[in-house]
Design a protein around this ligand. Structure first.
Ligand code: HAH
Length: 337
C-alpha cells in the first residue's frame, strides 16, 4: 500500500537513497523526506557564500537546521561543498585594497574555512564534496580556469583534500562533477583523480552528479563511465540525480525546447528512464553507496530555472502535490523483482 511503501527501505540492502533539501523543503517536504530517504544534502546552505559570507563571519543557522533534522531521523548527511568556482564571495580572493590577494592570504582563508566548517560538523556530516566541478567541459586543457586556480595554482585541489582530512579524519572525501559520463570530460576527471591518488591525497570517492535528460546520455555511456571510475578503487556516490524532460542544451544562446505539459507520455518516458537508471545503479551496487536526487518533489526543483529560467520541469520522483509519480513505482517494482 502506498502509505507503507518506502524508497529507502526498498533499497536498504543496496545503497542509501538521498535527497537534496534546503531551509524551506526541510519543513515543507519533511514527511516525504522522513519516509523515503536516509541521506540528505543541503542544496545551498553549506556553500561558501551562505555559510561564510564575510571574513570570519560564519552563519550556520540553516545548515544546522538541516543537520539536526537529519540527526533526529538517523540520516546520513552529505556535505556540499567546500571549494567551488560558483557561490563563493569575491572577498575570498581580494586584499584590503580590492586587489587580487596574495596566494598566502587565499590559502590561509581556505584553511580557516575548511577547519571551521568541517570541524563544526565532525562526526555528523559523513562525507564532503571537497571540490566541485574543477574540470573543463571541452576544448584543450584540463582544469577549469577559476579564481581558486589563479590564486593558488593547480595544487588548490590537493590542498583542499588535505585540509578537509585534517579537520575530520573520519569523513569520506569526494570529488564531484557534472557531465561526468561524457567521454572527453570523463577522461579528464579520471586524470585528475589518478593524479590525486598518485600523490597520496586523501580522496575516497567520486561524486557523479547525473543531471540527465530523458534519453541523453545513453545508459551505455553512463555504464562505461561507472566502470572506469570504480576501477580506480574509489567509492561512488550518485550525488545530484534528476531527469529533465527537456533535451540538454547548456549554451544559453542556442535555441531551447519550449515548455511542454506533464502528460501521460512524459510520465511514461520518465518512468522508463528512472527504471533504466536504477537498474544501472543496482548492477554496480557493490561500488555505489549513495544515490541522491537533487530535490524532493517537482514543486521545488532548480531545473525550473536551469538551463532556462522559468521553464517548468518535472525531473523528480514526487509530483508538484507530493504524490509518488509513475517513475517512483517503477523504481520500487524494479528492486522488489
Ligand atoms: C550543480 N551544478 C551544483 O553542484 C549544485 O551545487 C547546484 O545546486 C546545482 C547543480 C550543475 C551544473 C550543470 O549541471 C551544468 C553546468 C553548470 C553546473
Amino acid at each position: 500500500m502506498a502509505h507503507e511503501t518506502s524508497l529507502r527501505a526498498a533499497y536498504e540492502s543496496h545503497f542509501r537513497v538521498g535527497a537534496a533539501v534546503n531551509a524551506a523543503t526541510v519543513r515543507t517536504h519533511a514527511d516525504i523526506v522522513a519516509r523515503h530517504f536516509n541521506s540528505v544534502t543541503p542544496e545551498n546552505e553549506m556553500k561558501w557564500e551562505r555559510i561564510h559570507p564575510s571574513e570570519g563571519q560564519y552563519d550556520f543557522v540553516s545548515a544546522d537546521q538541516i543537520v539536526l533534522f537529519a540527526r533526529d531521523l538517523g540520516m546520513f548527511v552529505r556535505g556540499h561543498t567546500l571549494v567551488w568556482h560558483n557561490q563563493t564571495p569575491a572577498w575570498v580572493f581580494l586584499d584590503d585594497l580590492g586587489q587580487p590577494a596574495p596566494a598566502k592570504l587565499v590559502e590561509a582563508r581556505l584553511e580557516a574555512h575548511i577547519a571551521e566548517v568541517v570541524g563544526r560538523y565532525r562526526g555528523v556530516v559523513g562525507c564532503w564534496d571537497v571540490v566541485n566541478e574543477a574540470v573543463i567541459d571541452q576544448g584543450d586543457g584540463w582544469l577549469r580556469p577559476s579564481r581558486w586556480r589563479t590564486a593558488l595554482g593547480d595544487e588548490y585541489i590537493e590542498k583542499a583534500f588535505r585540509l578537509a582530512h585534517q579537520a575530520d579524519p573520519s569523513a569520506l572525501l569526494f570529488y564531484n562533477d557534472y557531465n561526468e559520463t561524457q567521454p572527453d570530460k570523463r577522461d579528464r576527471i579520471l586524470r585528475l583523480l589518478e593524479h590525486l591518488l598518485d600523490r597520496g591525497a586523501p580522496v575516497h570517492g567520486v561524486g557523479l552528479q547525473m543531471h540527465v535528460s530523458l534519453d541523453d546520455p545513453p545508459v551505455e555511456q553512463m555504464e562505461a563511465a561507472i566502470e572506469r571510475y570504480r576501477a580506480l578503487g574509489l567509492r561512488l556516490h550518485i550525488t545530484e540525480l534528476d531527469v529533465s524532460v527537456y533535451p540538454w542544451v547548456h549554451e544559453p544562446d542556442r535555441p531551447q525546447h519550449p515548455t511542454r505539459p506533464y502528460d501521460e507520455e512524459v510520465a511514461e518516458k520518465l518512468a522508463a528512464r528512472y527504471e533504466a537508471l536504477f537498474a544501472l545503479f543496482l548492477r554496480h551496487a557493490d561500488a555505489i553507496d549513495n544515490v541522491t536526487l537533487w530535490g524532493v518533489a517537482d514543486d521545488a526543483t532548480w531545473r525550473d530555472d536551469f538551463p532556462v529560467k522559468g521553464r517548468k520541469d518535472w525531473p523528480l520522483l514526487f509530483d508538484v502535490e507530493h504524490r509518488p509519480k509513475e517513475a517512483f513505482w517503477r523504481v520500487i517494482r524494479l528492486v522488489r523483482g
